[in-house]
Design a protein around this ligand. Structure first.
Ligand code: Q46
Ligand code: ZN
Ligand code: ZN
Length: 310
């Protein structure tokens, strides 16, 4: 197995590209793919301040690292979600990453600052944990960007994530979501722009990127992800990819090129008037934003004790 570029021994194959790479050329390929995604979708402009939504996992840390490598002024933000040991450990990985490189990492602890955690919110709302968790993360990242003056929030969503979400949205023809499933969401009405610089890289590549650059990340999956439909969609797409390398890429980028614009008119929230939440000031179509309602519902509930699952 030889590197496509220099013919030296390769350390990784990327079947989608029908190519093998040595360490240095693999890392260069990753940087090139991120730079290409940023340029292709006009994600970032020179001089903009970027806040990276960090979890301590491979994707968000690789995203942060790659943005810095490409010369962007990118800081991190991690949230203590209160998901037992998993949250403590993943937050520690983010802290170590920042400390070792002298980077700025903002931190928010859900329980200390807002009086609840994800397991409690899941119990209070009687919905899957990812629903309260996702809502809280979106709200807190937006709020942190406004508070600290960042123009853009970057997340570590990779090609596998986006293809799986697309698969789920197509299965149920959720046209509102399909209209919004873009690698860039413009900043408007007090919301920062949202970008996904890793959409051209697969999950296996972000993991390899971390290993080859010495980034330590939390390998365990979130214990509350069980029952998350996206895991099943990912597994289904992996089967297809095995038979036909490049399928995920063609599915996702084909959608962006040929189909996504057709769903733009189905995006509901685009047409709603927003005003400031009467409690926290965040832009919202109602008097009180969804996060403040979640805070209210969750606060009266006892904290949920999680047993560590390894
Ligand atoms: S952290 Fe939160 Fe994820 Fe855990 S509860 Fe679900 S959304 S799975 S990325
Ligand atoms: Zn090489
Ligand atoms: Zn609010």
């Amino acid at each position: 197995m030889k590197c496509r570029v220099c013919r030296e021994p390769a350390v990784i194959d990327v079947r989608r590209q029908n190519a093998n790479y040595c360490r240095d050329h693999f890392l260069r390929m990753c940087r090139d793919q991120v730079a290409k995604a940023i340029a292709e979708f006009d994600m970032l402009r020179p001089g903009e301040r970027v806040l990276v939504a960090v979890s301590g996992g491979k994707d968000s840390l690789a995203c942060w690292h790659l943005l810095r490598e490409l010369g962007y002024e990118a800081d991190g933000f991690v949230i203590g979600l209160g998901i037992g040991e998993y949250s403590d450990e993943s937050t520690q990985y983010a802290r170590d990453f920042a400390e070792q490189r002298g980077l700025t990492l903002h931190y928010c602890n859900l329980r200390e600052e807002h009086g609840f955690d994800v397991p409690t919110a899941a119990k209070a709302t009687r919905r899957v944990p990812c629903s309260a968790c996702g809502l809280s993360k979106r709200h807190l990242f937006d709020a942190a960007a406004r508070e600290h003056g960042y123009d853009v929030v970057a997340t570590g969503h990779n090609l596998d994530d986006e293809a799986a979400v697309l698969f789920g949205n197509v299965l149920r023809w959720q046209t509102d979501y399909l209209g919004r499933q873009l690698p860039v969401l413009p900043g408007e009405n007090g919301f920062p722009r949202k970008v996904k610089p890793l959409v051209r890289l697969g999950e296996r590549e972000t993991a390899a990127y971390c290993v080859l650059t010495g980034i330590d990340y939390i390998v365990e999956e979130c214990p509350m992800a069980e029952g998350n439909k996206h895991l099943g969609y990912k597994a289904a797409l992996n089967e297809i990819e095995l038979e036909s390398p490049g399928s995920k890429h063609d599915f996702y980028f084909g959608f962006l090129k040929r189909a996504s614009a057709r769903f733009a008119s189905d995006v509901e929230s685009q047409h709603r008037e927003l005003s400031a939440c009467t409690r926290c000031g965040a832009p919202t179509p109602e008097d009180v934003c969804a996060f403040c309602k979640l805070v209210e519902r969750s606060r009266g509930h006892e904290p949920v004790t999680l047993r560590a699952r390894r």
